[in-house]
Design a protein around this ligand. Structure first.
Ligand code: HEC
Length: 164
């Protein structure tokens, strides 16, 4: 008696569940936040970087990035804010992150970001690309720049190999 009422109700619930899943698949889900690296993973990740970044101080890099956080996110699928999201920065052509409106100076820049270019950009954003709209005085200390670039190399890339 009872099961003849419950069974159709169960089928309806299942069907609703399936169709709700189908709707969700249209959206691209944001990547889940990554757990912080363990100290062992930090050591491995830093050692894998090219010189001089393999000598950098990851913790100091994280602290220096506090100066950038008001305007930039670094996670995969993270939002653009005043400045563009920086996921996948290294090797990415300057001024091309999707959904962000760059200044003409950055739109017309004809290079891909690497450690060297980022070092010049962060030493003095105004003179590196005149007319850009990053309203930031720069990071004057050489060591701070090395550290924040190393931190960015680790945090804006997929974790693979020795430190998944
Ligand atoms: C006050 C906000 C602000 C701060 C603070 C800031 N930025 Fe930016 N950043 C911007 C804006 C705005 C742009 C886009 C510039 C343009 O289009 O001319 C930008 C662009 C960039 C780009 C170029 C990205 C691309 O896709 O080509 C990099 C790299 C970058 N910032 C790194 C940093 C780092 C690292 C720091 C901290 C040391 C920092 N920024 C601090 C606002 C900021």
């Amino acid at each position: 008696m009872k099961s003849s009422i419950l069974f159709p109700a169960l089928l309806t619930t299942l069907a609703l569940g399936v169709s709700a899943c189908g709707d969700d698949s249209a959206k691209v889900p944001a990547a889940p936040p990554r757990p912080p690296l363990t100290p062992e993973q930090v050591t491995l990740a830093m050692a894998a970087l090219p010189a001089p970044y393999d000598q950098a101080d990851y913790e100091n890099g994280r602290r220096v990035f506090a100066r950038c956080r008001a305007c930039h996110t670094v996670t995969e699928g993270g939002p653009n804010m005043t400045g563009p999201n920086l996921w996948g920065l290294f090797g990415r052509p300057a001024g091309r992150h999707e959904g962000y409106t760059y200044s003409k100076a950055l739109q017309e820049a004809d290079f891909a970001w690497d450690g060297d270019r980022l070092d010049h950009w962060l030493a003095n954003p105004r003179t590196f690309l005149p007319g850009n709209k990053m309203n930031f005085p720069g990071v004057p200390d050489d060591q701070d720049r090395r550290d924040v670039i190393a931190w960015l190399k680790v945090e804006t890339s997929p974790r693979q190999g020795a430190y998944p």
